[in-house]
Design a protein around this ligand. Structure first.
Ligand code: DQA
Length: 139
């Protein structure tokens, strides 16, 4: 069975509560339950951290063992050289995802320090961005 980690960064623990007009009204844990039902043949794992080091530690922990990481690094996407380096350091492929279409938003969200080291980037499909990321790994 393929092992895939969904890794969420800062403020994504507040999904369903935070800026609903941008990120929707569903909380992530209930969405994760739906994903597990949709992908019964995949071992899906979930981890969230508000700290850069927490995300890097998790990438190191699973990054030589899992088949894929679907990563929404939140605002660290646009600031973190260290997370970009962590993605480059491991062998597990990473797909960068965003709920919102970051290219329709403020200029500072248009750049990613991660994308260059990722297998691909999916953004703008709401929570469905995560499902599309998993789908890409199991193809
Ligand atoms: C986000 C987009 C980021 O710019 C923002 O900082 C987030 C969420 C998204 O999923 O749309 O926290 O990654």
């Amino acid at each position: 069975m393929k092992k895939i980690l969904i890794l969420n960064g800062p403020n994504l623990n507040l999904l369903g509560v935070r800026e609903k007009s941008i990120y929707g009204s569903q909380d992530f844990l209930s969405y994760f339950e739906e994903l597990k039902q949709q992908f019964e043949t995949v071992q899906l794992h979930y981890f969230q951290s508000n700290s850069e080091g927490g995300l890097i530690d998790k990438i190191h922990e699973v990054g030589f063992e899992f088949d894929g990481i679907v990563l929404n690094a939140g605002a660290y996407t646009h600031t973190s050289v260290a997370i970009g380096d962590a993605i480059a350091a491991v062998t597990t492929p990473v797909i960068e995802v965003h709920i919102s279409n970051v290219h329709q938003r403020e200029e500072f969200r248009h750049h990613s320090f991660l994308a260059k080291n990722c297998k691909g980037v999916i953004c703008g499909f709401g929570l469905d961005s995560y499902r599309l990321g998993i789908q890409a790994f199991i193809k």
